[in-house]
Design a binder for this molecule. Structure first.
Ligand code: BES
Ligand code: ZN
Ligand code: ZN
Length: 513
């Protein structure tokens, strides 16, 4: 069945020319900066005011403009005939606050929300920025334009088709930075789109098809295990969780090797939870809690999206992405509470709650990474525990790590990417909660601190590797349109991981264990 046409991200170009000189632009946007107690107009304003008879400060005052990032004041151009660009229909004044990357991200997102349906937006928002600012701005422009639908009559609204970042001196020399910025933003878009796909279209095989498309278009190596191969190779957690579904489980492996790799090139493994729907299994979820469970594959979608952009951001290390995919369904063959599963490598888990399925599938993939890939670091990302919402709310992701440098690198990358991560403790004293009467661990210890118990469960599968675990359960969903977030699934984590993996040394200071 052909899917209805989707909106696509705006095309973005750089230009030295002032925005008013961008031919064909139907909207021009000028930054408004906070300057001490007052506001100032940014680059491009002089050229604009030469041509347009407009009392800008009167207009801004009328709208009580403070220059705060994301504030937009719009002026309709009623008679553009005499202008150097007769296509011009509106001028927007966009608050950029202090001009920090976060301000620019927010301003970019606000601007594209106000220019939906336009042909071409020319803006001088990038005129004063360095590459970090450019990147944040592009993230706002791209992700604020995000749309996803399954309406029969097409998308409700379409983003502006083209954006020219004008007035950028030496724009030729900034082209590389723009390409990288777009790659990261598009990875955020791709992971968000995958999370929004309804689960009647999205099953483990579909996930494998997405990964195969990425592999074909970007030249990554791919291997996919089917259910027989998973059983044969001992992936008991993944087989167990996936066995009640009519769409059987898959394990996806994608491999990226940098062009300049040598035998010394470090290797990082990313593991993403790929539960394409989580009913809870026989420990079934209440209807309300099941509502958003199509996005329980967000971690897996993030890993696929990150893998697709590694070459474009020139990632210097080898990266393997592992995505264990299954549908946690209810059926006569479903996993039962009390069942014991044998993970890859032999460790066993007693399933006291079939809704704690994420850790069961991650465990297999992590154990496989440790024994077969032997990387220098392991990072998993998963919508793992509802407890995260109570712990950190919906704007910050949870992070656990057994290595301080790895945690610091990820924290800094998340902050720069607008996907903040907050480190939580792997409390040793809680280890006893994992005890099971019959197996090596209980998959669902009761009691408070559920996100910590889950992390402690996973830690046993990280071997002695430097390891970080990102629990993105609550940030996987945005309750409102806000900044670059759109209501619903967020695809959180792709940007943060790419900001990390593009560093010249993503393992700086990380202990060799
Ligand atoms: N997929 C859920 C976690 C989740 C909850 C993600 C809400 C996004 C929003 C996970 O598989 C789960 O159900 N975890 C249980 C674990 C419990 C049974 C130990 C939870 O958090 O309630
Ligand atoms: Zn669950
Ligand atoms: Zn789940």
């Amino acid at each position: 069945m052909a899917l209805p046409r989707q909106v696509t991200p705006p095309r973005i170009a750089l230009s030295d020319a002032p925005p008013t000189r961008v031919h064909g632009a139907d909207a021009v946007a000028i930054p408004v900066l906070v300057d001490g107690d007052t506001i100032a107009l940014g680059p491009g304003s002089a050229e604009l005011l030469d041509e347009l008879d407009l009392d800008v400060f009167g207009l801004l005052e009328h709208h009580e403009s403070s220059g705060k990032a994301g504030e937009v004041v719009e002026h309709a151009v009623l008679s553009p005939e005499g202008l150097s660009n007769p296509s011009l229909k509106c001028v927007l004044f966009v608050g950029v606050g202090e001009g920090t990357p976060a301000d620019l991200r927010c301003a970019g997102a606000a601007l594209v929300r106000r220019t939906k349906g336009r042909e071409c937006l020319a803006t001088s928002l990038a005129a004063l920025t360095d590459d970090a600012g450019l990147r944040a701005l592009v993230q706002g422009l791209v992700l604020g334009s995000f749309g996803f639908h399954r309406r029969s009559d097409g998308p409700k609204e379409t983003p502006v088709a083209k954006i020219v970042l004008a007035g950028v001196p030496g724009s030729e020399g900034r082209q590389d930075a723009l390409v990288r910025a777009v790659a990261v933003a598009r990875a955020g878009w791709a992971s968000r789109a995958m999370s929004l796909v309804p689960s009647n279209e999205k099953n483990p095989l579909w996930m494998a098809e997405q990964a195969a498309e990425v592999a074909t278009s970007t030249g990554l190596k791919i291997r996919v295990w089917d259910e027989q191969e998973l059983a044969r190779d001992g992936f008991g957690g993944l087989v167990g969780v996936g066995r009640a579904s009519t769409t059987p489980p898959r394990l996806i492996r994608l491999d990226y090797t940098p062009a300049k790799a040598t035998r010394q090139t470090p290797h990082i493994v990313l593991v993403g939870k790929g539960i394409t729907f989580d009913t809870g299994g026989l420990s079934i979820k209440p209807a309300e809690a099941m509502m958003n469970m199509k996005r329980d594959m967000t971690g897996g979608g993030v890993v696929i999206a990150v893998m697709s952009a590694l070459a474009e951001v020139d990632c210097p290390v080898k990266v393997t992405g592992l995505v264990p995919c299954a549908e946690n369904a209810v059926g006569s063959d479903a996993l039962r509470p009390g069942d014991v599963l044998r993970h890859y490598g032999g460790r066993t888990s007693e399933v006291t709650n079939t809704d704690a399925e994420g850790r069961l599938v991650l465990a297999d993939a992590m154990a496989y990474a440790v024994s077969e890939i032997k990387p220098h670091a392991l990072v998993d990302i998963a919508t793992l525990t509802g407890a995260m919402k109570i712990t950190l709310g919906q704007r910050t992701g949870g992070m656990f790590a057994n290595d301080d440098s790895l945690a610091d690198l990820l924290r800094a990358a998340g902050a720069a990417a607008g996907e903040p991560l907050w480190r939580l403790p792997l409390v040793d004293d809680y280890e006893e909660r994992l005890e099971s009467k019959v197996a090596d661990a209980d998959n669902a210890p009761r009691g408070p601190g559920g996100a910590i118990s889950a992390a402690l469960f996973l830690q046993h599968f990280a071997g002695s590797l430097p390891w970080a675990h990102l629990d993105i359960a609550s940030v996987g969903d945005s309750p409102v349109d806000s900044g670059e977030w759109t209501t619903g699934a967020t695809g959180f984590g792709a940007r943060a991981l790419l900001h990390w993996l593009e560093l010249s040394d993503p393992l700086a200071g990380v202990a060799a264990r």
